[in-house]
Design a protein around this ligand. Structure first.
Ligand code: ATP
Ligand code: MG
Length: 409
C-alpha cells in the first residue's frame, strides 16, 4: 500500500515539501527514514496531521548532523541517550521535525521506565517495542518508495477491524501505562480491545503488584485520558477495573455526574485541570500519595476531602459562602458531582462574586479608626449583602453608620 496521496492531502504543503527535502537527504546519506507511530494510523483514518514523528533506521543524530553540514537545517536539540534530535529546516523556519533513531528497549524493573538497549537497530526491532499494532505502522519517505506503508504487525487490518492489539503477551507487564493509553485510544478512535488483549489486561489487573508500577507515568497517562472529559471513558475506567491501578475502591462509579458538573461550570476550570476533577471524584486523599502530585494539585484533593467530611450546618447563604470561599473550583465541582449538593452550585452561580461596594477609605471617611475594625465592618457588610439583606451602596453606608453608632457609643 502506498500513502503518498494521503500524505499530500492531509499534511500542509509546507510539510510535504519538508519531507521531500528529508527524502533527498536520506538517500544522499544512505539511510532509511520513516514516518512512524500514531501519525500513520491517523493518516489511514483520514485525520489531518499537524506534526509527524520520524525515525531513522540507524543513528538520527548523525543524519541530522549531515543535513546541518549541508547547510539545510539547524539542530535545535539532541539527546544522545535516546538518539533523538529536533531540527528546523532553513527553508521552513516555523516547522520543526523530530527524529528518533530506531532503538530497542529493556525493562530492568518491570513496569518502570525502560532503558535504551540498542540504538540503530532494524525498523522491525523498533516496531516491536511499541504499544498497539495500530501504532506500529511505518511509512517510508525514501525517494524510491516514498509513501510505502510498512505493516509488520497487521496494523492495517486492526484499523479496519477497529481493534487495539498489543504486540506480545508481556506488553502490559512491561508497561501498564499501556492499559490507560488503550483506554484513551479506544475512546478517541472508537476502537475496542482485541480479544487476547482484553484477556491479558484483565489478568494483569487481577494479579499485578504495586511495586511493578511507575506511578509517575501512570499520572501522565491518566491526565491525558481524563482530559478528554468523557463519561464513557470514565465509566470504562471503572467497569474494566482499570481504576485498580490507582485505587482499591473508586469513589464515584458513574461519570455522568462528573461530566454534567464540569460542563455546567466549564468556564471556571482551565482545560488543563479538567482531569483533576475526574481523578478527585475517583480516588481518595490517601491514594494521592503515590501519584506524586504537585502542591496545587494536592490542595484540590485536600479541600475536597475537607468539604466531604467537615459537614457544616447551613443556615444562610453566608454559611454557604464560607463553606466554599477560597476552595479551588476543581474541588467545588468535584464535590458537586459527588454529593449533588446544590449549595455548591448556589455558591458558584449567585454568591462567589459578591463583594461590598464600600471600601476601607469610605469607612475611614465616615469616621472609623484605622485598624482591625475596618476589615470586620467590611466583612459584616459582605455577610448582609450575601444574605440578601442589603442591596446597594446606599444600604451599605447605612449599615456602616449603624455599626459605627453601636461601636463607638
Ligand atoms: P496521539 O495521537 O494521542 O499523540 P500517538 O500514537 O501519536 O497518539 P504518542 O504518545 O504521541 O501517541 O506516541 C507516539 C508513538 O510512540 C505511539 O504511536 C507508539 O508507537 C509509541 N509509544 C508511545 N508510548 C508508548 C508506550 N508506553 N509503549 C510503547 N510504545 C509507545
Ligand atoms: Mg503523538
Amino acid at each position: 500500500m502506498n500513502l503518498s496521496g494521503e500524505l499530500k492531502q492531509l499534511l500542509s504543503s509546507e510539510f510535504v515539501s519538508a519531507l521531500e527535502i528529508i527524502s533527498q537527504k536520506a538517500d544522499d546519506f544512505g539511510v532509511r527514514v520513516f514516518i512512524i507511530g500514531g501519525v500513520v494510523r491517523d493518516l489511514l483514518l483520514g485525520k489531518n496531521i499537524y506534526d509527524v514523528d520520524l525515525v531513522v533506521e540507524g543513528n538520527a543524530i548523525e543524519f541530522c548532523k549531515f543535513i546541518e553540514a549541508e547547510n539545510c537545517c539547524n539542530i535545535e536539540r539532541i539527546s544522545p541517550d535516546f538518539g533523538t534530535a529536533k531540527i528546523t529546516l532553513k527553508q521552513f523556519k516555523n516547522l520543526s521535525l523530530d527524529f528518533a533513531s530506531t532503538r530497542t528497549e529493556k525493562y530492568p524493573k518491570k513496569g518502570h521506565l525502560p532503558v535504551v538497549d540498542k540504538i540503530g537497530c532494524t525498523l522491525l526491532e523498533d516496531i516491536k517495542r511499541r504499544d498497539f499494532s495500530v501504532n506500529a505502522l511505518a511509512l517510508s519517505i525514501n525517494k524510491n518508495d516514498f509513501g510505502l506503508l510498512i505493516d509488520y504487525t497487521d496494523g492495517v487490518k486492526d484499523i479496519e477491524k477497529k481493534e487495539l492489539k498489543i504486540l506480545h503477551d508481556n506488553s502490559f507487564i512491561d508497561d501498564p501505562t499501556r492499559i490507560i493509553r488503550g483506554l484513551r485510544f479506544a475512546y478517541k478512535l472508537d476502537f475496542k480491545l482485541e480479544k487476547n488483549t482484553q484477556i491479558l489486561q484483565k489478568e494483569y489487573l487481577q494479579h499485578f503488584n504495586n511495586n511493578d508500577i511507575c506511578y509517575e507515568r501512570i499520572k501522565q497517562v491518566v491526565k491525558l485520558a481524563f482530559s478528554l472529559n468523557s463519561t464513557e471513558l470514565y465509566n470504562e475506567f471503572i467497569n474494566s477495573k482499570i481504576y485498580k491501578l490507582i485505587t482499591a475502591a473508586p469513589f464515584l462509579k458513574d461519570g455522568f455526574c462528573i461530566k454534567k458538573a464540569v460542563e455546567k461550570n466549564k468556564k471556571l476550570i482551565p482545560n488543563e485541570n479538567i482531569w483533576l476533577v475526574y481523578l478527585s471524584c475517583c480516588i481518595n486523599l490517601e491514594d494521592t500519595e503515590k501519584l506524586n502530585l504537585n502542591s496545587k494539585e494536592l490542595s484540590i484533593f485536600k479541600e475536597l476531602n475537607r468539604l466531604k467530611h467537615n459537614k457544616v450546618k447551613i443556615n444562610s447563604n453566608y454559611d454557604i459562602y464560607n463553606q466554599f470561599n477560597n476552595v479551588p473550583m476543581e474541588s467545588i465541582v468535584a464535590y458537586l458531582a459527588i454529593t449533588q449538593d446544590n449549595s455548591a452550585q448556589i455558591y458558584i452561580d449567585n454568591l462567589m462574586n459578591i463583594t461590598p461596594a464600600i471600601n476601607g477609605n469610605d469607612l475611614i471617611e465616615l469616621g472609623f479608626e484605622r485598624g482591625r475594625i475596618i476589615g470586620q465592618v467590611i466583612e459584616k457588610i459582605k455577610e448582609e449583602k450575601i444574605n440578601g439583606n442589603i442591596k446597594n451602596k446606599e444600604d451599605e453606608f447605612l449599615l456602616a453608620k449603624k455599626i459605627m453608632s453601636e461601636f463607638y457609643n
